[in-house]
Ligand binder design. Structure first.
Ligand SMILES: [Zn+2]
Ligand SMILES: [Zn+2]
Length: 542
């Protein structure tokens, strides 16, 4: 056997690249996860390949596209719903039961450790991972929110003065009904309409911007307010929904996508179920604000060359020169005087865009596409910075976010002489790991899609199951896989001996996709034959 020459080898298509392109073109995941399946009765082992399920196009285009389609499906399903969604939870299935039992055991362990004054960090991590598994298996709701709400160290909840409560904007309050569906209108010809709403909502101005989204005068553009508004955007959005429900008197449902505008401030596209008048919207938007009662960051107490040090014995941060203990988070909150203004007030801008949309109309389809258009991209990748001013604008915003505290636990508080909530060693101002500071998020650390609980009455997992059931019916296959019992499933780690390299995993995916497509094409042909030749007695015989 002669060895191929170097030139011959270079002329061959690059193995991984070529097979990845083919897999992607066939709609298969390009980062498949290898799973070892062991038959618990016989000990026989085989391998399954699961899609990575990334929502980002930069990571896996086919998975991101599937995720986007699923969101679009969810959006369409809930928008013009005319009956209340059924929210009766189904009984947990076997795998859900397994994770729930594990979750309960871990919670008991954690609470015991906390009661004995032990460190619970590791167990909290475990709880978070189990919650993740539970969500992935289709269990709804956030278990941790209900089980670890209080500060475990002190066991007491902070009470705020009533003056600082901000749930009373100048809006009339109407009696609240449980209804989540919109009103029906009857035309003179007797036809009924149930219009819904599409709203685009932006933040206030931080200074005039030009066509390309960059400030006309960068020197006077208010980057600090832009940074703070972006950080507190999720809270402001929540406030808007609460106010709308109070004002309209019914349980308004929404599907919202959060994206950056050209000027890099977050804005929201929101589909509301039911029509809401522009006048009502204007009034509620104008009355909605979110006050941030955090300590002041006016004065920089410790800049980067003289940072507070961690005092191991007392578990506090101390002044590097005097050794004085810094204010704790609670002390800092308590020292906000009753005459002090809030540290920040976030509001929406006065301009908004609202249109009524009818069920099943062309507009409805267009809006759904619009709502899901950017979901497969990171916030910062939605608008590419192509010019120097655009790059400079993005840079200045990131700089403004660098030392801006993103949460009570943010390391940046040390810069202002305050120990962050839950202080621990190793915190360095300017290097907080919070999502808001990362360039790709531009200050917005919340979720990209916000869906109210009673939107479609279904989770993404439910929508995925619906799609699978439809495919199985189309293929005349049993809806549930009879092979799921009696197996042990484990993810194969890269260090394991039987771990397959990417090329090999991709070949499995490609082969599966090809076979699957052929089966689907065959099924389509069968349906077409049946339609043309309805007298065929037994369609499975075809
Ligand atoms: Zn994938
Ligand atoms: Zn932070």
């Amino acid at each position: 056997m002669t060895r191929p020459t170097r030139a011959e080898r270079l002329a061959l298509p690059l193995g991984v690249t070529a097979i990845r392109d083919l897999t992607q073109a066939a709609g298969g995941c390009i980062r498949p996860i290898q799973v070892r399946r062991t038959n618990t009765a016989t000990g026989e082992v085989d391998y399954q390949f699961l899609p990575c399920r990334s929502t980002l196009e930069a990571a896996c285009p086919p998975c991101a596209e599937r995720a986007r389609n699923l969101r679009a499906e969810q959006c369409r399903t809930g928008w013009h719903l005319d009956t209340e969604p059924d929210l009766t939870p189904a009984d947990p299935d076997e795998s859900q039961e397994f994770w729930l039992t594990a979750r309960a055991a871990a919670q008991t362990q954690r609470d015991k450790a906390a009661a004995n004054g032990q460190d619970t960090a590791e167990l909290d991590q475990l709880l978070a991972e189990l919650d993740h598994e539970l969500t992935a298996s289709g269990v709804r709701g956030n278990l941790s929110a209900r089980t670890s709400g209080n500060d475990s160290k002190t066991g007491k909840r902070r009470s705020r003065s009533t003056r600082r409560r901000q749930d009373a904007p100048g809006l009339p309050k109407r009696p609240l009904s449980d209804r989540t569906t919109g009103q029906v209108y009857t035309a003179p010809d007797g036809k009924t309409y149930r219009p819904s709403m599409f709203l685009t909502l932006t933040l206030d101005s931080y200074g005039k911007v030009t066509e390309d989204g960059t400030p006309a005068d960068p020197g006077s553009y208010d980057y600090q307010r832009a940074a703070r508004d972006a950080i507190h955007f999720p809270a402001l959005f929540d406030r808007l929904i609460q106010n709308l429900r109070r004002y309209l008197g019914y349980d308004v449902q929404y599907f919202a996508a959060i994206e950056p505008q050209r000027r890099l401030a977050p804005h929201a596209h929101i589909a509301f179920r039911g029509a809401i008048s522009r006048a009502d919207l204007r009034q509620v938007i104008a009355a909605t604000y979110h006050q941030v009662w955090w300590p002041s960051t006016e004065t920089v107490r410790y800049s980067d060359d003289e940072l507070p040090g961690w005092h191991e014995a007392s578990g506090n941060y101390i002044d590097p020169i005097t050794g004085e203990v810094l204010l704790s988070w609670d002390q800092a909150l308590d020292s906000i005087g009753s005459a002090d203004p809030p540290r920040h007030v976030a509001r929406f801008g006065p301009k908004f865009d609202a249109q009524g949309v009818l069920a099943g109309s062309k507009d409805a389809g267009r809006c759904v596409r619009y709502l899901t258009k950017y979901l497969t991209k990171q916030i910062a990748d939605c608008h590419e910075a192509g010019t120097d001013p655009q790059r400079a604008h993005a840079y200045l915003l990131t700089e403004a976010l660098r030392y801006e505290p993103c949460s009570p636990r943010c390391a940046n508080w040390l810069r202002y002489g305050i120990q962050p909530k839950g202080a621990r060693p190793g915190l360095i101002p300017g290097l907080c790991k919070g999502k808001a500071h990362r360039y790709e998020n531009l200050g917005y650390a919340g979720r990209r899609v916000l869906v109210s609980r009673k939107w479609s009455g279904k989770t993404l997992t439910d929508h995925r199951a619906d799609r699978k059931a439809w495919l199985m019916a189309m293929l005349d296959l049993p809806a549930t896989d009879p092979d799921t019992n009696g197996y042990r499933w484990e993810r194969v780690a890269p260090a394991d001996q039987d771990h397959m390299p990417l090329t090999q995993r991709l070949m499995h995916i490609l082969a599966d996709r090809t076979a699957w497509k052929a089966t689907l094409a065959e099924a389509r042909r069968r349906v077409e034959d049946l339609n043309q030749n309805p007298s065929t007695p037994d369609r499975s015989a075809a």
